[in-house]
Design a binder for this molecule. Structure first.
Ligand SMILES: [Zn+2]
Ligand SMILES: [Zn+2]
Ligand SMILES: [Zn+2]
Length: 136
């Protein structure tokens, strides 16, 4: 599951609790808030406090196992680290979709700014909501 060496390199220990939070999170898939990970832990009978989950998820972010996501109208979200992608948020059903690919890599012009990463979120209506509106 988690790479023990990665933790050791940062002077950290991969505790059983961290392992449990990680495996729960990975199994949930998608974009999850601290609350949703917490609720899933409760459902699975794991007694882990919300603060611990918050701290642990942020630790995973620091170790680049997990990405943090800021989306308007949502709490801070987390997702497992994968290939760079953008997001589409349906303002009707509130689903968050991964949009593969990136057309703006290397876009940053000039030499005054040294961008390391970017986040792009599109807001609108997903196809499913769009079509169900048409039918009405
Ligand atoms: Zn929708
Ligand atoms: Zn995503
Ligand atoms: Zn991009």
């Amino acid at each position: 599951m988690i790479n023990k060496a990665l933790f050791a390199r940062h002077g950290l220990r991969m505790t059983e609790q961290r392992e449990l939070i990680y495996s729960t999170f990975v199994r949930m898939n998608g974009h999850q808030s601290v609350d949703s990970v917490y609720n899933e832990c409760i459902k699975r009978g794991l007694r882990i406090g919300k603060t611990t989950i918050y701290r642990t998820l942020n630790l995973f972010v620091k170790l680049k196992l997990v990405d943090m996501l800021a989306i308007r109208g949502f709490p801070v979200l987390y997702e497992t680290k994968k290939e760079h992608h953008h997001h589409f948020v349906c303002t009707k059903c509130h689903n968050i979709y991964d949009i593969k690919g990136c057309a703006i890599r290397g876009y940053m012009p000039g030499s005054k700014f040294h961008a390391k990463y970017h986040d792009i979120v599109f807001y609108g209506i997903c196809d499913r909501c769009y079509n169900s509106d048409e039918k009405r």
